[in-house]
Design a protein around this ligand. Sequence first.
Ligand code: ADP
Ligand code: MG
Length: 233
Amino acid sequence: MIEIKNLHKSYKMGSNSLHVLKGINFSVAEGELVSIMGSSGSGKSTLLNILGILDEADSGSYTLDGLPIKNLNEKIAAQYRNKFLGFVFQSFNLISYKNALDNVGLPLYYQGIKHKERTDIAMSYLEKVGLADWAGHLPNELSGGQKQRVAIARALASNPKVLLADEPTGALDTKTSYEVMDLIQGINDEGRTILVVTHEHDIAQMTKRIVNLKDGVIIDDSKVNQVRALSNV
Ligand code: ADP
Ligand code: MG
């Protein structure tokens, strides 16, 4: 599903350059649930943004579902993102003046899907994340956990091949974090490929494979015995 080879990325700052990704190699097969672990500043978000076609590497190759991701113009990049990828962020990134249902339906709007069908699909995903009763509520009327559920429903609405989540539990308390991870595990149980960036060990143990990033290189990449998120609450 995802294959990257010898990926490098630097940020230029004036005459200085910060080498953030220093030759990353890894691949993710369909149906995997992978965490990318590492301390703050290790390059996790940089890597996820490249995988999400939100940013481009300086060198190396990236293939997504067999398609080379290289020198795409913004229109094609947006099409690929819409077709292949769903995004979940620490800060939820919901639109504050749209209710939960309209937030979930937004990717479908961009795909040109008509209002009635959009609403039906969005509602089915809100049901899936347990928030059907909250469809008419604005983000500021929802708890953090509920907001992240809405964001997950939105990410799924376009039926992406891969879900990319950058610190999805970073703004949540432990109990709520585990509930969100339970949802993510359930979505993966259905076969969806998911990458989760986290710096929390307990969250990483809830995936099936941990890729450990340190100073821009992968120092470990191992399968784990998945801990079910709600097994001890
Ligand atoms: P992580 O997500 O693991 O905390 P990041 O990928 O966000 O790490 O950042 C890695 C390094 O790159 C950090 O030192 C960060 O300050 C720097 N960095 C990230 N984004 C930019 C940017 N747009 N411009 C310059 N430096 C950046
Ligand atoms: Mg980050």
